[in-house]
Write a protein that binds this ligand. Structure first.
Ligand SMILES: *Cc1c(COP(=O)(O)O)cnc(C)c1O
Length: 395
């Protein structure tokens, strides 16, 4: 039965086992290596490690065993050769962009991305002569038109936040590669349990581990996944010299989070589907945005590209901002917070929180109407969540 050794392991097995290296203590659960530096047997060994001639730990800014276990586990789940863990989702984006780009380079990005990413691209990177053109997520002609000879990469999130718009990753990968550029996908909303951008042709996947990978709202962290060739040189050098490293404690929380990610994601999706279906039958709701509803314009694409529709549901109430705020304040179970991807369900008004920096015209152009409410559906009893929404609207 020697051929069984070579059978590839399934993702649920990888989520629980990949990357673990047991110490001589025989511990069952992964250790937190709370050590900033490592000792060498001899001066010659130290020299060989620093020269890169011998593998092994040097200093925890760029080599830590707990962080490495998290990296190898997430790389296995995303079908990437390599992962680099970072101190936050934003530093994952920063390390990727500043690792790969130089002054004069150009980015084409979806307009419907995380607000802080918009700020990074529009207000900070231009100081270093890296510029961005923003396009509509699912307007493929827009993407093609925006590419110039200095464009080095395309950047997107799918589904988008808060309107859950879906982009065809394979199609954008073709557009990117035809123009000799890279495709970068922030896979925060789906996680590798629902969507595998690298298998669809993307070059790099970004994560805010803060969201579903932790899944219980405890730690801030991020990750970059892709090929050895893309990550191993400039992006790794940016992390090593820029210092936006993940701490071993946070890495341990995230790697334990990966062990239950698949069952949590399935439960988030089940609850979100029921909440979305209930909302779409309510007269006080003008419109529901959830890719698991047949009424969603990208329902068919979501069904082929994702294994389930995700945990984020947005909806619009009649009566604009005042009605939305009144509804939010009347919920009792939902937490009023802009965070998402937590076991605890959250409710937020995108127009005055996550998207408040945009002008009213920009928000309207993006479809973020004043009556829009975003839910991150958690793992409570779904009947309790629905009862809470029901009483909030009556109250
Ligand atoms: C939260 C978030 C980020 C930023 O991650 P942090 O861990 O908060 O730095 C990036 N992208 C998306 C889609 C997010 O939701």
């Amino acid at each position: 039965m020697s051929d069984t050794e070579d059978k590839p392991l399934g993702s649920n097995t990888l989520a629980v086992r990949a990357g673990q290296v047991r110490s001589q203590e025989g511990e069952h659960s992964e250790l937190i290596f709370a050590s900033s530096s490592y000792v060498f047997a001899t001066a010659a060994e130290a020299a060989a490690r620093f020269a890169g001639d011998s593998p092994g730990n040097i200093y925890s800014r760029f080599t830590n065993p707990t962080v490495r276990t998290f990296e190898q586990r997430l790389a296995a789940l995303e079908h990437g050769e390599r992962c680099i863990a970072t101190s936050s989702g934003m530093s994952a984006i920063l390390c990727t962009l500043l690792g790969l780009l130089k002054a004069g380079d150009h980015i084409v990005s979806s307009r419907s991305i995380f607000g802080t990413t918009v700020n990074l691209l529009s207000n900070i990177l231009p100081k270093y002569s890296i510029t961005t053109t923003f396009v509509a997520l699912s307007n493929y002609e827009d993407w093609e038109r925006a590419i110039t000879p200095t464009t080095k990469l395309l950047f997107l999130e799918t589904p988008s936040n808060p309107l859950t718009e879906i982009a065809d990753i394979s199609r954008l990968a073709d557009i990117a590669h035809h123009a000799d550029t890279l495709l970068i996908v922030d896979n925060c909303f789906c996680t590798p349990c629902l969507q595998l951008p690298l298998k669809l042709g993307a070059d790099i996947v970004i994560h805010s581990a803060t969201k579903y990978l932790d899944g219980q709202g405890r730690c801030v962290g991020g990750a970059i996944v892709g090929s050895d060739a893309l990550l191993g040189e400039d992006i790794h050098a940016f992390l090593r010299n820029g210092g936006a490293s993940m701490s071993p404690f946070n890495a341990w929380v995230f790697l334990k989070g990966l062990e239950t990610l698949s069952i949590r994601m399935q439960a988030h999706c089940r609850n979100a589907q029921k909440v979305a279906e209930w909302l779409s039958n309510q007269t006080f709701v003008k419109r529901v945005y959830y890719p698991g509803l047949k009424s969603h314009p990208h329902y068919a694409l979501a069904a082929t590209q994702q294994s389930a529709a995700g945990g984020i549901v947005s909806f619009e109430v009649s009566g604009g901002k005042a009605a939305a705020w009144k509804f939010i304040d009347a919920t009792k179970l939902f937490s009023i917070t802009a965070n998402l991807g937590d076991t605890k369900s959250t409710i937020t008004h995108p127009g005055s929180t996550t998207h408040h920096k945009l002008s009213a015209e920009q928000r309207l152009a993006m479809g973020i109407n004043p009556g829009l409410i975003r839910l991150s559906v958690g793992l409570e009893e779904v009947s309790d969540l629905i009862n809470d929404l029901d009483q909030a609207h009556q109250g």
